[in-house]
Design a protein around this ligand. Sequence first.
Ligand SMILES: [Zn+2]
Length: 331
Amino acid sequence: MVNYTLWANIKSLSQLKKNGRKIGHLRFKGKGWYKTINYNQSGFKIDEHKNKLTFSKIGTINCRGLNNRVRKNKIKGIILKRAQTGRWLANIQIENVPIALPKTNKSVGLDVGVSSFIVDSDGRRVENPKNIDKQLKKIKKKHQTLSRKKKDSKNWLKAKLHLAKLLAQVTNQRKDFLHKVSRFYVNVYDLICVEDLDIKELSQKGNKNNKRSRPLHRNIIDASWGQFFNYLSYKAVNADKKVVKVHPKGTTQECSRCGRIVKKTLSDRIHFCTYCNLELDRDYNASINILKRGTGCASILVENRPLVTITASAIVSGQVFSMNQETPSLR
Ligand SMILES: [Zn+2]
């Protein structure tokens, strides 16, 4: 497999060169660089009842976290990987068998934002995980500790490991949250409409300084949206549901009832339309516009009502699934 990877890399690099791209040389990777062992098709055995993995040339090792999917699906291969935290992970590749979920005949528009993670067109406000700032502070401190140590010394390695562990924990928590939110929407809706963030990003590139001066907090939230849409898309495909990306231009400014433009600044939290007197939460208004664009439905009955707030911890603990009946659909 190592040989195979090497030759595949050389081949794709020469292809890039042919296409006129500038490419560098392959570099020797010494100790500490090589982190994976690849078992393709054979050479491994899984004992899911005893939580043990057996590999040829290595032996049997205990493991944690073997789940249902491993039991039910055909296993194509295992990649053993050493994480930066010093732990070993087994990436088990399974054959993907799509399982269609029952149809609900419901569609939804999602507006992702900074102040809340999502506001949807059925009046839910999903909050951002609260611990981001707290964890960032900790990470910053660990970075400082690391930079004060002498490189490659024992204490430096120790500090590095601490930092890696903390980062892994933060990443895992964020992924868990994103998986559960996307799972919720794919279960409840047949059609999920979101903004095309790539276009949004492009249209905002005019302000170049903006990105650099943005706080780290904001960057993490940005990254979360992309990841969330990825999870949403692949879960939807597997469940025979649909995700539609709509053009983001003006979703905030437009009035979701009469379609006229109501100018707002970033700090205006309320949409108030002087033409039709509609008064709504700003993000709620946007989510209805997104739904309208995604479904092609010109008029959607809109009413002003308080949004139902869903905390990140309610999602992570699974409470959101029992809440899903409590928010009656507007349509
Ligand atoms: Zn209006």
